[in-house]
Structure formats: C-alpha cells, structure tokens
Design a protein around this ligand. Structure first.
Ligand SMILES: *[C@@H]1O[C@H](CO)[C@@H](O)[C@H](O)[C@H]1NC(C)=O
Ligand SMILES: *[C@@H]1O[C@H](CO)[C@@H](O)[C@H](O)[C@H]1NC(C)=O
Length: 275
C-alpha cells in the first residue's frame, strides 16, 4: 500500500530520536521545516487519513455556530438570550457518528437545540474533533512541583489523578467546515447512530420528546493541527482527499496512544511504526 511504503521510509529517518522525547521546536508552523525534516512529518494526505480515523473513532465533537442578529432573533427566539450576542460564536458539544463512509459526519439535530436554531437562522457551522488517546504514555513530562512532592513523599498530592495524562498540545485535532443537509431516517442510519450513542435512542426522529432529524455535515474545508509543528502537519487538508479516503485506508493507520507503549512526544513516525 502506498501509505505504508511511505511510512517505512519515514521510520528509517527517525532513529536519531529513539533515545527519548524530543522537545518541540515549533508550535504553529510546518512550512519552514518542509525541506529539512519532510520525511518525519506525515504528509497532508497522511494527515487526512489520520483525520478520517479520528472521525470514525470519536463520538463527541463541538459544533460552533453564531447567534443570529437581534432582528431575526426577536422573530425566532423565546429563550431570553441577553442582548448584543448577534454574530457571537458559541461552541457546544454534540453527538456525532461516522455512518456514511464519506467523511461527512452524521449528527442527530434536535430542532430546539441552540446549534441547530442558529443554523436555521442562517449561521455557518463547523465541527471540532480532537483525538483522545485510550492509552496514555507510561512516563510523562513532569512538573518540578510534582517531582518534588513525590521526592518528599507527599503521595496524596503527587498521585492525584493526572487530569490530562498526555501532552494534548501534541495530539491531532481539527475542524470540519461545511453545511448541514437533511438525511432520510433509515433503519441503518438509526442503528449506526445508536451503536455509537445508545442513549440517543430516545431522541431519534419521530420520538415523543423533541422534534429531531438526521443531518450530515457536508465537509467543504478541513483545518488540521496534527500536533507540534516540527513533527506534525498543520494547515488545510485537501477536501478531495478527505472524501476519497476509504474505510480500508483509515483502518490501516494508528493514532498516538491507541496501543499501550506510546511514548509521549515521540515523533509521529514512531507512532505509526507498528502498522
Ligand atoms: C457564512 O460564511 C460565508 C463564507 O463562506 C460568509 O459569506 C457568510 O457571511 C457567513 N454567514 C454568516 C451568517 O456568518
Ligand atoms: C480517489 O482515489 C482513487 C483510488 O485511490 C484514485 O484513483 C482517484 O484519483 C482519487 N480521486 C481523487 C479526487 O483524489
């Protein structure tokens, strides 16, 4: 497969980093590094494959919309929103599922929910997804405080559960920008959605609590931050790649921390090695 061959050469160039975590050199730009470290950084296409895997494995996202201006507001709202919020963005968690194999996420739109009301009033919409590794690294970057506390034997403090047990700044996240399109409810779609979100069975289209419908976010642009800029691609993905990637493609890659033994701040190629 094209991807794996690229990765073998990726891996071959990375032994210099094998000794341990390498501090990030760049946080926000991949551009200037392209000539010197190109082979260590997943390409834009490989990043799109990783993104499709994240979409497939991630059930929660944040929908961002903007509140309508006051005039539309008065016609359509009875929610006592404070004045002056027209055009202000609001991000709210929602359930998503990857049911169509097309890169366009499926969402169960509850008509009275703020995100969908804003869209009905003319807002644009984007969906932010982030990768949360199931297996944090065994060793992680420690603060001096936690090191001293463990040295002084203050177990309670030092062993308090780490709320983010990995360097989240070095993990992939992205935003899908597009528009919502109604999708007919079929047993397949309902089944797929409820498989990802068993509790959503109470809000399926036709339920007695809230009016709802299935929609797809038709993806038009993808903004991707793969991690630190010296080891991950940061920038716009090609929407044609996004749509063209198949299930087989994303089933053949691995994300950081999907398996035990992930090293924090390892460079991307090390995370792909076990393919
Ligand atoms: C939606 O985005 C388009 C650009 O794609 C922009 O022209 C339009 O004003 C936006 N609509 C709102 C309500 O912000
Ligand atoms: C989609 O992928 C197929 C096979 O991998 C390839 O032949 C085709 O050119 C691709 N299309 C686009 C728009 O990238």
């Amino acid at each position: 497969m094209k991807l794996s061959r690229g990765l073998l050469s990726l891996t071959a160039c990375t032994s210099v980093y094998a000794a341990g975590p390498v501090p990030p050199q760049h946080f926000s730009s991949s551009q200037e590094l392209e000539s010197s470290t190109r082979f260590e950084i997943p390409t834009r296409y490989e990043s799109a494959v990783l993104g499709r895997r994240i979409l497939a494995l991630t059930p929660l996202g944040v929908l961002s919309t903007v509140f309508p201006s006051a005039s539309k507001d008065e016609e359509s709202s009875n929610e006592n929103r404070p004045a002056g919020l027209g055009g202000v963005p609001v991000g709210l968690m929602d359930y998503v599922a990857d049911c169509e194999d097309s890169g366009d996420p499926t969402i169960l739109a509850i008509n009275i929910a703020t995100s969908f009301k804003n869209v009905a009033a003319g807002s644009n919409i984007s969906l932010a997804l982030q990768w949360t590794p199931p297996h944090p690294p065994e060793k992680r970057i420690k603060s001096i405080t936690s090191f001293l506390l463990s040295f002084l034997g203050k177990k309670e403090e030092s062993e308090r559960q780490d709320p983010v047990p990995y360097s989240a700044a070095n993990l992939p996240r992205f935003s899908l920008i597009g528009y919502l399109e109604k999708v007919p409810t079929t047993p397949f779609l309902s089944g797929c959605f409820v498989k990802a979100h068993p509790d959503a069975k109470y809000w399926l289209p036709g339920n007695r609590i809230h009016e709802s419908e299935f929609v797809r976010l038709v993806v038009q642009q993808i903004y991707w931050i793969g991690g630190f800029g010296d080891r991950a691609y940061i920038g716009w993905l090609d929407p044609a790649d996004w749509k063209n990637i198949t299930r087989e493609d994303w089933e053949n890659v691995k994300l950081p921390g999907e398996k035990k033994g992930w090293k924090e701040w390892s460079i991307a190629a090390e995370d792909w090695k076990d393919l």
